[in-house]
Design a protein around this ligand. Sequence first.
Ligand code: UN1
Length: 508
Amino acid sequence: MHELLKSLGIAQLNHGTSTGLKSWSSGDTVIDSFSPVDAELIAQVYQTTQEDYELVLSKAQNAGTEWRNIPAPKRGEIVRQMGEAFRKHKDNLGKLVSYEMGKSLQEGLGEVQEIIDICDFAVGLSRQLYGLTMHSERPSHRMYEQWHPLGVVGIISAFNFPVAVWSWNAMLAWVCGNVCVWKPSEKTPLTAIACQHIISEVLRQNHLPEGLSSIITGKAQVGDWLVSDKRVALISATGSTRMGRAVGTKVAERFGKCLLELGGNNAIIITENADLNIAIPAVVFGAVGTAGQRCTSTRRLIIHDSIYQQVKERLVKAYAQLRIGNPLDAHNHVGPLIDKDAVRAYLSAAAQVVEQGGKMLIDAEVLEGAGFESECYVRPCIAEAKPDFAIVQHETFAPILYLLSYSTIDEAIAIQNNVPQGLSSAIFTLNLREAEQFLSANGSDCGIANVNIGTSGAEIGGAFGGEKETGGGRESGSDAWKSYMRRQTNTINYGTSLPLAQGIKFDF
Ligand code: UN1
């Protein structure tokens, strides 16, 4: 591990050895980063003090003035170099993501691939920050709109995608001419520091100010400084609905901009016309992949009653084949939960579904013994439930799948929509009418609606986010870049008179 950290520019702080991280802080309080894989203390990271925070913000503001004057395609060139740097570090960073967060190595590498892909996307975008031109109603007038940088963008990210979600925000924010201050989850600070090292190297080589990219580390208090700070034009926050509600309210109070990507309670509808040979693997991947800790994880399965029994049996059989264990071993399908709090939430949800009248088909269990010393490895479980159970309405960040049944497609769609969250949804059907109804205005109310693919694993090219308690924000592809810029409408009079709009006369 020491070698891996060193290759990413991180010097270990534990066991009294010296610091490579001191530059991020002058304080004494440290955050421990434990791996859920084997309970090892990977390293300790200094927590940002208020003094550090002030320094970070003033450096960010200064860097912002310089950066916004560099033409967007030139900013794109810097982001291109960042993408190259991430290509170079893909293996080591992917491994660190897997070890610090506990997701499979393949998924850790996949996250770094998302960074590389969004860099490529952002490079192209840097020549496509288009505004529209409108026809003025007045003679000899031209009207158009342009997009300007916002200034400082604050990024708050969650432990489950410790690097990819940051990059969706940061790479777009940078080509749009902003500077970024990143507060990563206190559960995964090292992967963030590794990214910062990779970015700062590129900035140094291009003689750009380090304030273009900063990290602040710590718990909610540190995030609160960022959220309440009028100098931060946009807060992009990923995490729980509870966190998003607090952040959204504070940012709204100061009329800042907010991009929220919060909880999901994602469902797959399996109709009687589904191809079960693709539906079953999609459900299993969606429900147990990343140990059920994606915001897009499949939590509810809405099954037509004519095939309910068959789907249930096939799922129980598939779950029996799952291998739970060290995520760095490619042989395993399911790694650990992030920490023991997450294990407690998993056990509590499993108990609640039974209390509320549900039936466990595969019981909740915390695995013990060799290889499971971290006490974070849990058995993915399946419960039969009813759509309106309080626990089914709630997002539990763990591999618990609720089976629900329906008899008409209208009922299935109503069940899918009848939760507070609105991130991702899917239908498995070979029937055109069912598929189109699901995608229509009367269909799924989610930000993501898929046909014959599962709820998780979105590509970077589409806008990512959802409705209702998911927060309404969109990140990553399509025109999500517009959230990182301010729109200005310009009207230019190149004539010799001053005609007023709406036919108003003002003679004197
Ligand atoms: C998240 O869990 O916050 O669609 C993001 C997916 C991933 C992103 C998930 N590409 O599952």
